[in-house]
Write a protein of this length. Sequence first.
Length: 272
Amino acid sequence: MPVLKKVFLYGVLIVMTTIALFPIYWMLNTSLKSNAEIYQVNPTFWPERITFDSYVTLFEGSFPQQIGNSFVVGLTVSILSIVVSVLAAYAIARLRFRGRKVISKSVLYAYLMPRAALFIPLYILVSQLRLSDSLWALVLVYPTITIPYATWILVPYFASVPLALEEAAMVDGASRLRAMFRVTLPLSAPAIAATLVFSFTLCWSEYLYGLVMINSSERKTLPLGLADMINGDVFAWGPLMGGAVIATLPIVALYLVANRWMVSGLALGGVK
């Protein structure tokens, strides 16, 4: 029975992994085909003749600039969000003040607020600041998504760090701020790293606010650039799939690196 159970579990795992990875494989497969092969009646599961014309078409246009825009906006917003969220989450988790529970719930409600209900007032704000059609507009707007999310994630993690550790540091003469930076934050490094990765992913894949705020092709981010490859009912499937493949690579690499770092951070935190 244990052998049959193991075979069954591995079989289910293989099936689920295949289902999860097949769309990625099909994107890569399509991006390496010629237009004639993409539109033929009977699709092939591997290109009859591998061609990189789709990638050449991508990099001849404004696609590289759009990748750079996504990196700049994503990194800037993620770092800013982590700085603000760490301080806010620590205050909610550790300090006792009037209205703490209300603020904590408000953070969650702010994260759950539909983006479609906010883009009009946010666009008015950006227009009044004369930041429309600029990357600064996205840097100003995206924290409305990432800061509530990051704060909501970090509050329970900070609350789980034993308070006795901070109290011991303060007994030894450390201030509240120093105890936070020297005790709580190092032990919370895995959660902070995970939140940073998730915040970057939210910025990297965000489409609605970018569509509203940005008009110029050279200032568009990656999701907007991919959407521009669809003109009415005409789909540039080769470049579109190639762009989607390229768009997944930084996220996959970031998750692989962060996963290693988070596991080692958890081990170090346990030893300390």
